[in-house]
Structure formats: C-alpha cells, structure tokens
Design a protein around this ligand. Sequence first.
Ligand code: NAP
Length: 289
Amino acid sequence: MSTLSTSLPGGTWTLGDLTVTRFGYGAMQLAGPGVMGPPADHDSALAVLREAVELGITHIDTSDAYGPRVTNQLIREALHPYPEPLRIVTKVGATRDQQGGWPPARQPEDLRRAVHDNLEALGLDVLDLVNLRLGNAQGPQPGSVAEPFETLVELQRQGLIRHLGVSNATAEQVAEAQAIAPIVCVQNMYNLAYRHDDKLIDELAEKDIAYVPFFPLGGFSPLQSSALSAVASRLGATPMSVALAWLLHRSPNILLIPGTSSTAHLRENVAGAGLSLSGEELAELDKIG
Ligand SMILES: NC(=O)c1ccc[n+]([C@@H]2O[C@H](COP(=O)([O-])OP(=O)(O)OC[C@H]3O[C@@H](n4cnc5c(N)ncnc54)[C@H](OP(=O)(O)O)[C@@H]3O)[C@@H](O)[C@H]2O)c1
C-alpha cells in the first residue's frame, strides 16, 4: 500500500491500493460551455490543473467525454509526466452527440474503445481507476450491469485498468457489480440538498468502499437553501465552503471532487472544506436533505 501525508482537509483515503487525498478535483468544468469544445481560456485551464497538484491534491476526476477529449488533453498537457502520487480517475459508458447530449455507449466494443481512448489521450499505459457510467442524464436507471461490467473486468485482467467503480448507479447495480468483481468506489449525484444515497453511503463505508459525490456544489444549478445560507453567514463562510465541509463530516468514505475552472475558486474550496462544523450546525444542515 502506498502512503501519503497531506495537510488537505479530510486527510486521505485508500482506493484499493492507491492512497488519495479526500479533497480531489473534478475536471469537467475545464471544457467549453455545455462541456463541449475547448475552454474559453486555455492557459487558465492549465493553471487550474497545475494549482490542484501544487496544493497537494492527488485525485483528479475526468472522462474522455468531457469536450470530448478536451479535458483529458488538458490534463496531459498540464501535468504529464504525472507526479507519482497523482491518481487520475476516469469514466466510460457515455459518449457525446452533436447536440451536446450524453448517449450511453456501453456495448463491449464501445467500452474497449473508450478505455483505449482514455489511455491515449492521457498518455498512460494503465488507468488507475475506471468508473462504469450507467443510467442517463436524468440519473440512474434500473437494469443489469453484467455485460458492460464484465467487459471492464476483462480489460482489468489484461492489465489496462487497476481498479473499477460504478457511477450513476442504483444500489442494486452496485450490488450486482460487486458480485462480479471488487469495486473501490461509487460515483453518484449527492449533496446537502440531494440525499438519495444516504443508506448506500453508510453501507459502502462498512465495506471500505469510497463514495464520490458528483455535483457536490449543485453542479449546473448552485446549491441554494436558507438553512445553508444561515449557517454560512453565522460562520462567516460561503455556502460552498459549508457544503464541502458538511460532505467531509458526513462519512469518512466520502471523497470530494468539486469542479471549477478558476484557481481562485479552487483555493477557496480547499480552505472552505476545512471548516469545522459543530453538532448543532450539522443537525441544522442535515434537515436540508
Ligand atoms: N459521473 C457522472 O455522471 C458525473 C456527472 C457530473 C459531474 N461529474 C464529476 O463531478 C465533478 C464535480 O461536478 P461539477 O463540477 O459538475 O459540479 P460542482 O462541483 O457541484 O459545481 C461546479 C460549479 O460550481 C462553481 N464553483 C466551484 N467552486 C466555486 C466557488 N468557490 N465559488 C463560486 N462558484 C464555484 C463552478 O464554477 P467556476 O468554474 O466558475 O468555479 C461550477 O459552475 C465534475 O468535475 C466531474 O468530474 C461526474
């Protein structure tokens, strides 16, 4: 097992045999509007990625569907050759259409191509962790994951992937995947105001499986709640800081991947996530969900 010391809020978590900082970075916001095309400012996008590593973040979340390809190429340009502790987590299972939609691409040949595309775009021989992205833009959808998940297990056996996870998944799909092969994380939508996975988070924590909430700040519609604003103003903090700190308090298996295209916001988020919340504040925030 690798070791890693960090002063980032939340400390570290080990995904399989890979230790990462619980404070990570979600790279989706680096692509152009609607997660399509190049960023408005190429150099600023590179600067955000370099700042993340400078701050000690060792977990970057990406996908070849962002842009498409754009985000992975920016990561490579900014950070390759990658520093040893940095782990890049990607996802496969969706592609992009002309309208910027995210149609599923989960046939075995789609997944094989996507893994090879990620390897090539990121300049890697092995991907640290690949999430099978399920469901659709409306959220998780029921149905068996056996065929696509087994395809990824086959690619893992070939040595192209170290660890597997699932994303946008129902609890039944998480259990089905686990019965086929070990998973080290589940990446689903979750935040202070959207808490469908509360039970799943606790079950995963018991099994030492990470839960990685996407849209921790509300995604494309920033989190808004009077209770959140009230707690934030009492603490002299921003609602975003409180939302991130609450996630770190929520469960030790939660890893943060807040997205931003701004180095200033990145620094603010790192500082804010370290906010200490009292039992009373946590109880008040818990009521939001
Ligand atoms: N598995 C999946 O299906 C899936 C789906 C969606 C996302 N993801 C992953 O999850 C990550 C996080 O999600 P996300 O980036 O969409 O949503 P998010 O982290 O909830 O929110 C990002 C938004 O918050 C803004 N923001 C961040 N910090 C801020 C600050 N300090 N002050 C003001 N605004 C701030 C960003 O704008 P600025 O750029 O202006 O800072 C951006 O608009 C993504 O990067 C991606 O890697 C996965």
